[in-house]
Design a protein. Structure first.
Length: 374
């Protein structure tokens, strides 16, 4: 098992150096580099402890016990920076480090921590508290990350008609993997400590072994997904759709007047039918607003309040209708289903199948089969 820790540490250091070596002003990449560095140090330390090479050095044991309280907030700040494209940390965000500092000082001030807070001569109360705190911290920060992703996906659907390359689905998979590891760890503690079920395996081996594979997972995605280290700045397009959600009428100050709404709505729908801008697979809200010669937030107001849709669903509805119309034409038999989808503005088979089924409740193949039976 030690070799897995060592391999994970080497890979974590490799990615830290790789990110540090790239000349970039992106704060999220710097945070990711720091996180990889901490993972590398932690896995290296775990390797040494498992080999009994530094067990007598108490400060290293303390670092090992408290490091998880650094991993979670830094990962959260990385996700936040990646999504919001922040250029530098705010001073208030340093508050995330307070739990780590408190626990580190607490363990450092009580070297004989196995007897600290002991009850009925049962050792390790502080260690158990530290373990519980790590799990609670992990679940809390992973929940916050998922909330950030949920808000982000709502924002990009207001501005883009194709989100496959920017929806950060890989990040959601990473977070759910984190949560799964934490829940299994909690279950282990409940069974072994609460119900006194004996186990021949250490929780450290499972948790940090999983983190090692987690590093492998990130490394795999960094190679497979070309946009992992080159996340594009879509902030301008996204921020253009922002408005005050809590206002009684969010468009009172900057939105369209009531008498202007019907005309712009009619212009939009007529333009969609006649010019078919949705055939452009990379169409964005900004581009459509420019074609109509209107402000982006005006267009968002029409879509959200009058049509009860976001930009993503609105455009892809027209693409689905275009596919349905082309499939009803007998000449379409000479074309593949995917070719017809691409002509309608879709740019991948997976997104086409998913969106088509969301709009029609059946797959494209089933729809085509139903047409042939009529």
């Amino acid at each position: 098992m030690e070799i897995i820790f060592l391999t994970g540490a080497i890979q974590a250091f490799f990615f830290a150096v790789l990110l540090t070596g790239k000349k970039t002003s992106d704060f999220n990449k710097k945070l990711l580099s720091v996180w990889f560095l901490l993972l590398g140090i932690h896995l290296s330390l775990l390797f040494l402890l498992n080999k009994s090479l530094c067990n007598d050095i108490y400060i290293l044991t303390t670092i090992h016990l408290t490091f998880p309280l650094l991993h979670y907030p830094i990962f959260y700040l990385y996700v936040k920076s990646l999504i919001n494209k922040t250029s530098r940390p705010r001073l208030i965000e340093l508050l995330h480090l307070i739990p780590y500092l408190i626990l580190f000082l607490l363990l450092s001030l009580f070297p004989d921590n196995r007897d600290f807070l002991s009850i009925s001569n049962q050792p390790g109360r502080l260690i158990h508290f530290n373990l519980l705190l790590n799990f609670v911290s992990g679940l809390t920060y992973m929940s916050l990350c998922l909330m950030l992703l949920q808000k982000y996906n709502k924002r990009i659907k207001q501005a883009f008609s194709n989100i496959d390359k920017i929806n950060l689905k890989w990040l959601a998979h990473l977070i759910f993997s984190f949560v799964a590891v934490l829940l299994i760890g909690i279950t282990y503690i409940v069974l072994t400590k609460g119900f006194q079920i004996k186990s021949n395996y250490s929780i450290d081996v499972f948790i940090y072994g999983s983190i090692t594979f987690f590093v492998f997972f990130i490394g795999f995605y960094s190679i497979k997904k070309t946009n992992f280290f080159s996340y594009q700045n879509f902030g301008e397009d996204i921020s253009a759709t922002a408005y005050k959600q809590n206002a009684k009428n969010k468009y009172d100050k900057y939105g369209l007047k009531k008498n202007e709404i019907p005309a712009l709505k009619e212009t939009l729908l007529q333009f969609m039918d006649e010019e078919k801008p949705y055939l452009d697979c990379d169409l964005t809200l900004a581009q459509l607003a420019k074609k109509l010669n209107v402000y982006k937030h005006y267009l968002t107001q029409i879509l959200n309040d009058e049509l009860n849709q976001n930009f993503y669903d609105f455009i892809n509805f027209y693409r689905v209708e275009e596919v349905k119309k082309n499939l009803s034409d007998k000449k379409s038999d000479q074309y593949t289903l995917l070719g017809i989808a691409f002509d309608a503005g879709f740019n991948s088979k997976s997104s086409f199948n998913r969106i088509f089924k969301n709009h029609t409740d059946i797959t494209p193949s089933q729809y085509k089969k139903n047409l042939s039976q009529k």
